[in-house]
Design a protein. Structure first.
Length: 133
């Protein structure tokens, strides 16, 4: 008999991995913001298109990453609270990551193994009664 009020350890592990990913994404976004601000700052002193290009490309990547960051916050919160849609979203993104890892398997097998283990953990969460709400 399973206790439906307890979160499976796989869900906790996935949420912790999401938190680590959010921290790394936040650092990347901060770096992109500094590059774009630095590009705008450098364009005051340097002539040419290169400084303006840095400012534009930083903001170009910052907007979609911010949307992914917000989605990651909601998914992590949902994993801790037992919402089923978060597991489905994770399954979709991990399946895409697994397909990407299959394409780059000749370089390294580590992403394939990590995505495979994450997919297994997500399937276990999908079946668990805690995520049946």
């Amino acid at each position: 008999m399973t206790n439906t009020s307890s979160r499976p350890w796989q869900g906790t592990l996935l949420a912790i991995l999401n938190i680590i990913g959010l921290v790394m994404l936040g650092l990347l976004m901060a770096a992109l913001l500094m590059i774009s601000a630095g590009g705008s700052f450098m364009s005051q002193f340097a002539e040419g298109a290169v400084p303006a290009f840095f400012g534009t490309i930083g903001l170009f990547f910052l907007v979609p990453l911010a949307a992914i960051f917000v989605l990651g916050i909601f998914v992590t919160k949902g994993l801790f609270s037992g919402q089923r849609w978060t597991v489905i979203v994770m399954l979709v993104f991990t399946a895409l990551g697994l397909l990407s890892a299959l394409g780059s398997m000749r370089y390294s097998i580590a992403p394939l193994v990590i995505n495979g283990l994450m997919l297994w953990a997500e399937v276990m969460c999908y079946k668990h009664p805690f995520y049946q709400k």
